[in-house]
Design a protein around this ligand. Structure first.
Ligand SMILES: Cc1ncc(COP(=O)(O)O)c(C=O)c1O
Length: 438
C-alpha cells in the first residue's frame, strides 16, 4: 500500500521504537526536497513495517578508509601488480555493455593472444580465479564417463583429477613424486593406452617448483584424438610458452602472477578443435557461468552480437589491459630472460648460504616459483615470520605434499627484479643467522 507524501509531512508515525526516528528523518529529507510535489506518492509503509528489528550485533563501529599493509609479495602468488595496472584499476567504472568496455575487452584479447602466442579467436579473460579457470576447462571438456589422463606431481594435478571425478569423468592419474616431472615416454605410453578425451598437465607445478616439458606432447595428443589442456597459472609471461606451436587445446592462467595484474581475471584460450568438442557434447555444460559457448558471446567470439552474460570485474579489465600493455612494451622474450636471470641470481645467492633446490634436475626447475629444501635443524615457519616481520617480505612454505619441507620464492612479473632478489637473499641470510644455521 502506498502512503501519500502528505502523511509524511504530517508526521504520521503510529509505529513503535526507532520507527519514530526514521519517520523523523524521512520528514527531514522530504522537507528539504524542493522537488517533491505536494501530493507525490511514496512507498513508505513497507519500510516502516520493518523498522525497529535491525540487529546492530555486527555493525562496524569505526568505519574508516582501509589501510592495507604494504609489503613485498615474494611468495608463489599473488605478486605485487605493476603500479600502472593499479592506477588503471582505480579509473572510474564504466558500463560493461558499453562500446568502450567492449573495446577494452578487444584489446585484452589481443594482448592475451600475444602472451599466449596464439591466433585463436577463442581467447579471453574469465571473470574468476585460476582455480575457476581449471574448473571451466573440466566443465567444458568432460562429460560423465569421459576419460582424462592427468599428470599429478602436486596439488594442482590432484585438484584437476578431483574436479574430473566430480563431473562424473574417469581420472587416470600419472603420479610422480613432488619435485619430479613426467618424461615424454611416460606421457606417450598413457595417452596411447587410454586414448583419453583430455590429457592435462600443469606447465608449472607451483606446489613443488617443477616445469613440465611439453615438446611433442601436442602432436602426440592430436595423433590419439586427445585434447591437450595446460595450466599456466604460475608461468604465463615468465616462462616460454607457445599455445599454437605446442598444439595446446585449452590453456588457462592467472592474472596475479607473472602478468602483474591484481587477481580476478584468468586468461584462457580454446583451440578451434576444443570448441568443436564442446559443441559436439551430448549434454550441455552443467555450468551456465562457465560455459565457453555462453561466456564467449560477450567476448565477441561467436559473432558480432555481444549479448549480456555477466558483469565482469570492470576495474580488473582496466588493470589487465595495462599489465598486458606493459608486457608488450617489454617484449615476451625479454620478460622470459628477466625471469631466468633473476632465478639464476637467486640460486647463486642461496647456494652461498648453503641452501639447496628442492627440485633435483636443473632442467625441471621453474624460474618463476623457486622451491628451497628446508635444511635439518631449521624451522621453516620461524624463517617465514622473520622475513615478514623484519624485512616486510612475504615468502611461503610448501603446499599439500610439500608442506613443511620447502620454502617457495616467487619471482614473477613486476616483482621479478635483481633488487628484490637481493632482498630475499638478505632476509634468508639474517633469518638463518637468527636460527644459528649460519
Ligand atoms: C599452478 C596453479 N594452478 C592454479 C592455481 C589456482 O589459482 P587461484 O588461486 O587464482 O585460484 C594456482 C594458484 O596458486 C597455481 O599456482
Amino acid at each position: 500500500m502506498q502512503a501519500v507524501a502528505k502523511n509524511v509531512r504530517q508526521g504520521v508515525n503510529a509505529l513503535h521504537g526507532s520507527t519514530a526516528v526514521l519517520g523523523a528523518s524521512l520528514k527531514k529529507v522530504f522537507a528539504s526536497s524542493a522537488s517533491l510535489p505536494a501530493e507525490a506518492e511514496i512507498n513508505e509503509s513497507y519500510v516502516q513495517s520493518q523498522l525497529g528489528y535491525v540487529s546492530d550485533a555486527h555493525k562496524v563501529t569505526a568505519p574508516s578508509m582501509l589501510q592495507a599493509p604494504d609489503y613485498l609479495l615474494m611468495g608463489p602468488g599473488p605478486s605485487n601488480p605493476y603500479p600502472r595496472a593499479e592506477t588503471a584499476m582505480s579509473r572510474k567504472i564504466i558500463a560493461h555493455m558499453s562500446p568502450y568496455c567492449y573495446s577494452i575487452m578487444d584489446e585484452i584479447q589481443e594482448g592475451l593472444k600475444y602472451v599466449l602466442q596464439t591466433e585463436s579467436k577463442y581467447t579471453f579473460g574469465l571473470s574468476a580465479s585460476g582455480g575457476a579457470a581449471m574448473e571451466t576447462t573440466v566443465a567444458n571438456l568432460m562429460e560423465p564417463g569421459d576419460k582424462a589422463v592427468i599428470s599429478v606431481a602436486g596439488i594442482w594435478g590432484e585438484r584437476f583429477a578431483e574436479k574430473v571425478r566430480r563431473k562424473g569423468g574417469i581420472a587416470i592419474t600419472l603420479d610422480k613424486e613432488s619435485g619430479e616431472t613426467l618424461s615424454f615416454e611416460e606421457i606417450k605410453a598413457a595417452v596411447e593406452e587410454h586414448k583419453p578425451k583430455v590429457f592435462f598437465t600443469t606447465h608449472g607445478e607451483s606446489s613443488s617448483g617443477t616445469r613440465q616439458n611439453l615438446e611433442g606432447v601436442g602432436e602426440l595428443c592430436a595423433a590419439n584424438g586427445t585434447l591437450l589442456a595446460v595450466d599456466t597459472v604460475c608461468t604465463l609471461g615468465g616462462e616460454p610458452f607457445f599455445t599454437d606451436k605446442w598444439g595446446v587445446d585449452v590453456v588457462y592462467s592467472g592474472a596475479q602472477k607473472c602478468i602483474g595484474c591484481p587477481p580476478g581475471l584468468s586468461p584462457m584460450s580454446f583451440s578451434e578443435k576444443a570448441i568443436e568438442a564442446v559443441k559436439a557434447r551430448k549434454t550441455p555444460v552443467d555450468s551456465f557461468s562457465f560455459d565457453i559457448l555462453e561466456v564467449g558471446k560477450q567476448w565477441g567470439m561467436f559473432g558480432d552480437a555481444r549479448p549480456y552474460h555477466h558483469t565482469p570485474p570492470v576495474n580488473i579489465l582496466f588493470a589487465m589491459r595495462e599489465a598486458l600493455n606493459i608486457m608488450a612494451e617489454e617484449g615476451l622474450q625479454a620478460s622470459w630472460e628477466r625471469h631466468n636471470a633473476c632465478h639464476n641470481q637467486l640460486w647463486a645467492g642461496l647456494s652461498e648460504l648453503g641452501l639447496k633446490p628442492f627440485v633435483e634436475k636443473a632442467e625441471d626447475r621453474l624460474s618463476t616459483v623457486n622451491c628451497i629444501a628446508v635444511p635439518e635443524g631449521v624451522d621453516a615457519a620461524v624463517l617465514i615470520k622473520h622475513a615478514f616481520d623484519k624485512h616486510k617480505l612475504e615468502i611461503s612454505g610448501g603446499l599439500g605434499r610439500t608442506a613443511g619441507k620447502i620454502w617457495r620464492i616467487g619471482l614473477m612479473g613486476y616483482n621479478c627484479t635483481p633488487r628484490n632478489v637481493d632482498s630475499v637473499i638478505a632476509a634468508f641470510k639474517s633469518g638463518l643467522k637468527e636460527q644459528g644455521y649460519l
